[in-house]
Structures are given as C-alpha cells and as structure tokens.
Design a protein around this ligand. Structure first.
Ligand SMILES: Cc1ncc(COP(=O)(O)O)c(C=O)c1O
Length: 387
C-alpha cells in the first residue's frame, strides 16, 4: 500500500533484529537472561535531580513552549561546567544549544550541513546515528576503519587527498562506543590541523566524558588551539546522570555550527520541556558528586568482568573509560556466531561487533549495566559453557 522513501530503504540492515528475536524466544521459555547488550544504565537518576524536576513540574511557568535553543539558565550552567571541567570559555548565547538528547543533535547536524552527495568521514565501528543522519541528508559516508593496531583511532593520513578535499564533516567519539578507546591530546591536535587544512567540520561526540576510571579525565576537543574554528561537541546527560529516559543533552562549540543546527531544530522540534531543563541545571551544578559515585561502581564492575573474562581465556584490557568492554571473539567464531552461542547456552546477551560496522567483525561489546552479582553470574555461566 505504501512505499518507503529511499532514505529509509538505504539504511543498513538492522543486524540486532535476529538476536532480539532469539532473546525473546529464549526468555519466553523461562530462561533467566542476563542482558549486557544495551548501553542503558541500570542505576537511578540521583534523587536531587529528580527532586528539582518534581518542583519544576509544579510551576505553571514551565508548562508552556520552551525556547528553541534552550533556557538561559541551562545554557549558562553548561558554559559554567565547561569552564570548570575543561577550562574552555563559551558564550552561552551563541556557542551552546540544548538538545533532546545527543542523538537528536547528531542526527539533525547532517541536515544542517550536508548537501546531497556531500561526503562525511565516519569511523567504523561506531554509534550508528552518524551514518543514518548522513543518509537522511543524502550525504555519502566514507568509512574510517578503527583497528586495534591504531588503538581504535582513525588513521587520518590514510585518507586519500581527494576524499579529504571532498569531505564536509568528520565524526569522532572518544571515549568511544563501542570500542571503549580513548584519544589523547596529540590525536586531537592532529584532527584540528587536518580539519583546518581541508575545511572540514569536526563533530566530536563526548557523550561518555564523565564515565572514566583510574583518574583519567577525557578531553574536550575545544581545549585544543584552533578547535573552535572547526569544532562542535555533543554531550548527553543520559550516561553521566543515569538520565537516558529524560531526553536531554547539548552541543557546544563553533557558533556557525550551533546556529545551523538550531535552524534545523526550530523547524522540527520545539525544545525540551522546561522542567527537564531545570533538572539539567541541578545535574550540572554538582557533576563530580554524581559522576564520582558512578565511576566507583563502574570501576568495580569493569574489574569483575575483565578478571572474569581473562579467567575464561579471553584477552581483554581494562578500558580507561565508558561502561563497555570490546572483546575479541575466539578465532573460530564470527561475532554473530559467538553472540548466538552466549545467548543460547549461557543466557547472556551481548552485542555483535559487526552491528556497529564491518570493521567490528570479530568482536563483541558487553555493557556493564548490571549489578556486580549479575556480572559474577554471567562470568560463571560463560565459564561453564567452556570457550
Ligand atoms: C556514542 C553515543 N552518542 C550518543 C548517544 C545518545 O545519547 P542520548 O541518550 O543523549 O541521545 C549514545 C547512546 O548510547 C552513544 O553511545
């Protein structure tokens, strides 16, 4: 009866569908599934943030249309946090925009800056929205494979000159989903030079900036000299404050990039419910308090899982950031075969690495979004099936 638009048809196949179906079928037989597949924190939003929302919901001033680019208080709170956390000074009016989650901004950015046929440089494996946003805008993704040998960083030098000249946007995400890799200052300096040379907008997804361990502090690209000319950075309150369901994030950086994104958004959405933004102000007031508690929890979970997997015979290094483990599957398996075996024989759900792009083949991603006792049990079950 209805024909889907080409932009939908062009999307890569949803590789997790078969796994999802199998998971449901196995759960229906009464198996107690341990789901380490989804990057959705199991922990609650800190009570002081919930309380701020509750108060704000009662205020009729918050019941009306919010401003498109975000409440002034929220944008000022974002700029203050940036100054405190990264020593980067932002103009809340022109260099900050509120988002209905980082995902929304990431998808809309391409609509603002890609013309049909334009090239976007996109790492693989990667969070899938860089690709789908590019497709929806009619752009052409050029894949930058992330390999272990390169510490899962894109090799900018290997990009052919004609591609670099044709490219409009470069997507980056460190700390990285799904590989849990991090990037250092030297890499970001290289990126800024590359972007200046080829006139490319760098879109840095810093969603996991506060999920970091052992004293490691992820960088903002805006800390690098010259980055403000070429860079926009995306943030989420989802992971830092266990607020995935609330739908709130923000983007900061180059004022033209922020303005362009705002022009798309003001035609598609009407901002974030103000009560949620009030809660966002409260969240940003004491970031370290919330993130410190979370970091301790994820550090313990990470160590349980890394040690357990090592005992099972896997080679895995403790990541410095994110709540993911990116683990190579045994030689005789594909990502999907191994995921299927873990599900069918151990009742443990993980994500096949190739679901994030072809170079993710040979890996699985585990999310540390279950409590310690469940992680211990997952390890016992994996040990029992013998790998
Ligand atoms: C790398 C990355 N960016 C963005 C997002 C989306 O964040 P939000 O919940 O703010 O839309 C996620 C969520 O998993 C993610 O992993």
């Amino acid at each position: 009866m209805f024909t889907l638009a080409e932009r939908i048809k062009q999307l890569p196949p949803y590789l997790f569908k078969a796994i999802d179906q199998k998971k449901k079928a196995i759960a229906a037989t009464g198996v107690d599934i341990i789901d380490l597949g989804i990057g959705d924190p199991d922990l609650p939003t800190p009570p002081h943030i919930v309380e701020a929302m509750v108060q704000a919901v009662r205020d009729p001033a918050n019941h009306r249309y919010p401003s498109y680019s975000g409440m002034e208080d929220f944008k000022v709170a974002i700029a203050k946090w940036y100054e405190d956390r990264f020593s980067v000074t932002l103009d809340p009016e022109n260099e900050v925009i509120a988002l209905i989650g980082a995902k929304e901004g990431i998808a809309n950015l391409s609509l603002a800056f890609l013309n049909p046929g334009d090239c976007a440089l996109i790492p693989a494996p990667a969070y899938p929205v860089y690709n789908s946003g590019t497709h929806f805008a009619g752009g052409n993704p050029y894949m930058l494979p992330l390999y272990k040998e390169n510490n899962f960083l894109p090799d900018l030098v290997s990009i052919p000159d004609e591609i670099a000249h044709a490219a409009t946007i470069l997507w980056l995400n460190y700390p990285n989903n799904p590989t849990a890799a991090v990037a250092d200052r030297h890499f970001f300096e290289e990126v800024v030079t590359f972007a200046h040379t080829y006139h490319i907008m760098v879109c840095n997804d810093l969603t996991y900036s506060e999920i970091a361990f052992d004293g490691y502090k992820p960088l903002s690209i805006l800390e690098i000299q010259g980055a403000r000319d070429i860079g926009i950075e995306f943030h989420s309150l989802s992971k830092t404050f266990n607020m995935t369901g609330w739908r709130i994030g923000f983007a900061v950086g180059n004022s033209e990039a922020i303005e362009g994104l705002g022009a798309i958004k003001s035609n598609i959405d009407s901002g974030i419910f103000q009560a949620i933004q009030v809660a966002g102000v409260e969240a940003l007031r004491v970031v370290e308090e919330s993130s410190g508690a979370m970091q301790s929890i994820y550090t313990r979970r990470r160590d349980i899982m890394v040690n357990g997997l090592r005992k099972c015979g896997f080679t895995v290094n403790p990541p410095k950031a994110t709540f993911y483990l990116w683990v190579a599957v045994p030689d005789s398996y594909t990502s999907v075969d191994f995921t299927t075996r873990l599900l069918e024989e151990a009742g443990v759900v993980v994500t096949p690495g190739n679901g994030f792009g072809d170079p993710g083949e040979g890996y699985i991603r585990l999310a540390l979004t279950k409590d310690e006792s469940r992680l211990v049990e997952a390890i016992e079950r994996i040990q029992n099936i013998g790998i």
